[in-house]
Design a protein around this ligand. Structure first.
Ligand SMILES: [Zn+2]
Length: 129
């Protein structure tokens, strides 16, 4: 069954091969590229420049969803917020700073007290307006 993307993929491959083969029609033939998608099959000659270009393109591709690996544990992948999916640490300098604050924080901190001058500390009991 054909998908909406099948025809696009096959056409893109066919155009890519034709474009590069047009630059060097006598380049050595190294194989055949056969791609089957849905109901369509594309059989294309695979010449050396196309093989090299495909290898370079595939190895060089960076998916925009890939945020990289964690600098802390080195194995975890980062989510969209740059938080490691394995160790949960925020990556980078900001993450190290947050981790240092968390590590330095007391386990059971007392409730935060309001800051400022207590009413008894003001001689006239006003806010000084
Ligand atoms: Zn990690």
């Amino acid at each position: 069954m054909s998908t909406p993307h099948s025809a696009d993929v096959l056409a893109a491959l066919r155009d890519f091969v034709a474009r590069l083969d047009g630059l060097d029609p006598a380049a050595p033939l190294v194989g055949e590229l056969v791609v089957r998608l849905g109901d369509g099959t594309e059989r294309l000659p695979l010449r050396l420049p196309v093989a090299r270009a495909l290898t370079e393109a595939l190895r060089g591709y960076h998916d925009p969803r890939d945020r990289g690996s964690c600098a802390h544990c080195a194995t975890g992948r980062l989510d969209d917020d740059f938080v490691c999916r394995d160790c949960g640490i925020v990556n980078g300098l900001f993450g190290r700073t947050v981790a240092a604050f968390v590590a330095a924080a007391p386990e059971d901190p007392e409730p935060a007290q309001p800051r400022g001058i207590a009413p008894a500390g003001r001689p006239d009991g006003t806010l000084g307006d």
